[in-house]
Ligand binder design. Sequence first.
Ligand SMILES: CC(C)(COP(=O)(O)OP(=O)(O)OC[C@H]1O[C@@H](n2cnc3c(N)ncnc32)[C@H](O)[C@@H]1OP(=O)(O)O)[C@@H](O)C(=O)NCCC(=O)NCCS
Length: 158
Amino acid sequence: MGDMLVKLYQLPETESAKQYAARTGITVRRAIGPELVTVAEWVEKRFGKGWRSECEIAFARQPIACLIAVKEGELLGFACYDATCRGFFGPTGVDEQTRGLGIGKLLLSETLLAMRDYGYAYAIIGGAGPIDFYKHTVGALEIEQPEPGIYTGMLKLV
Ligand SMILES: CC(C)(COP(=O)(O)OP(=O)(O)OC[C@H]1O[C@@H](n2cnc3c(N)ncnc32)[C@H](O)[C@@H]1OP(=O)(O)O)[C@@H](O)C(=O)NCCC(=O)NCCS
C-alpha cells in the first residue's frame, strides 16, 4: 500500500455537510473531547488498535483533528488528519452497514477542507488502501516508490 497526494487548492466541488445533512439526516462534523472514548472504542472494534491509537492522537490535537459522521446520536464513521504525521489524512472508516451512502466521501472532503483551512497545500493519504476511492472522489495521485512507507517496521499490534 503506497501513499497518495491530494491538491487541497484544487478540490472538486462537492455537496456541503449542511446539504448532505438536510438530505440524509447524517451530520458530519468535528468531534469534541467528551466523545473520545466512544469514538476510540468504536474504531478499535471495527478497525483495530492501530487505528484507535491514531484516533486518540487526533483527539489530543486542538482543534481536534477527527471528524465524525453521526445519525441520531449513533456514530457511523470517522476520519482523522495529522495523526501519524503532519499533513497526513487518515485513518478513516465507515460502519459496514452504512457504506455506499456517501458518508466516506463527505468525511474525506470535509477533512480535506479542514486541512486546507489549517494551511496545508497538499494532503498525503498514508498507506492508502482503497486507491480507486481516493482517485474517484478527490482526484488523488499515487506517489511512486511506495516502500519503505511510514508504517514500515512498525511493532506488531497485540
Ligand atoms: C473506503 C470507505 C471509507 C468508503 O466509504 P463509503 O461511505 O462506503 O463511500 P461513499 O459511499 O462515500 O463512496 C463515494 C464514492 O466512492 C466510490 N467508492 C466507495 N468505495 C470505493 C472503493 N473501495 N473503490 C472505488 N470506489 C469506491 C463509491 O462508489 C462512490 O462513487 P459515486 O460518488 O460515483 O457514487 C469505506 O469503504 C470503508 O470504511 N472501508 C474500510 C476502511 C478503509 O479501507 N479505509 C481507508 C483507509 S486508507
